[in-house]
Write a protein that binds this ligand. Structure first.
Ligand code: ADP
Ligand code: MG
Length: 250
């Protein structure tokens, strides 16, 4: 295995000219992006622009055709390296993806025991702390479908955090939620961002982007069109396509 060698100056995620086809569809047309440790990057862009594909390539849920991705100094090439990186990268999906036949507590302890080799007690203690952190300490013994969407998504975040990831990826984490539940999830994400978690977030919640992002990226047709700190991005977008997109969502 490659040695970790991410230092303060080196990006913890380095994506170099990544291309990805699905049959004839070119989902990524040569995307390059570097994310520093502790940085929060929000990705926006129209449906089909490649946002999910890019996110999924970072932990190799999706294989890419060409280019290179390095996470914490480890290149996503061998199976061993891919497995290593997956342990360091938590992911939260639009559709929660909890195990519905398992109680909340078991959803959060499963991978801790199997992958991190923690004892049941250690894992359960950690899970209780995380449920407190996401604001639902009393839901450990509920089943996912007994919870609201916002609560389920907070369980999904707790489950990802239970692995002590170095990086968290969020793919439209609030898109499936009723409006009144969006804030409770964004609040948890904002707290994480403030604590210094490295985060790549696909989201059109511009309030979150303004409050928590170090950088906002606009993707269109498989390419990064524009990338800037939120203030600059929203007040002075450079590209016509960015302006047009912002005029539709703001
Ligand atoms: P976004 O998340 O920005 O909406 P995606 O990354 O999901 O975009 O999709 C980018 C393009 O790749 C779209 O044209 C989409 O239809 C296509 N695509 C994504 N996943 C698959 C797949 N598993 N099979 C075939 N085409 C896919
Ligand atoms: Mg998507």
């Amino acid at each position: 295995m490659n040695k970790k060698h991410t230092s303060a100056e080196q990006p913890i995620i380095k994506i170099e000219n990544v291309q990805k086809h699905f049959g004839r569809v070119q989902a990524l047309r040569g995307v390059s992006l570097e994310v520093k440790k502790g940085e929060v990057v929000v990705i926006i862009g129209p449906s089909g622009s490649g946002k999910s594909t890019l996110l999924r390539c970072i932990n190799r849920l999706e294989e890419y055709d060409s280019g290179k991705i390095t996470v914490d100094g480890i290149t996503l090439d061998t199976t061993e390296n891919i497995n290593h990186v997956r342990r360091e990268v938590g992911m939260v999906f639009q559709s929660f993806n909890l195990f519905s036949h398992l109680k909340v507590i078991d959803n959060i302890t499963l991978a801790q025991c199997q992958v991190r080799k923690r004892t049941k007690e250690e894992a359960a203690e950690n899970a209780a702390d995380l449920l407190k952190k996401v604001g639902i300490p009393d839901k450990a013994h509920a089943f996912p479908l007994q919870l609201s969407g916002g609560q389920q998504q907070r369980v999904a975040i707790a489950r990802a955090l239970a692995m002590n990831p170095q990086i968290m990826l969020f793919d439209e984490p609030t898109s499936a939620l009723d409006p009144e539940m969006i804030k409770e999830v964004l609040d948890v994400m904002t707290t994480l961002a403030k604590e210094g978690m490295t985060m790549v977030v696909v989201s059109h919640e511009m309030g979150f982007a303004r409050a928590a992002a170090d950088r906002v990226i606009f993707m269109d047709e498989g390419l990064i069109v524009e990338s800037a700190p939120p203030n600059e991005f929203f007040t002075n977008p450079k590209h016509e396509r960015t302006k047009l997109f912002l005029s539709k969502i703001l």
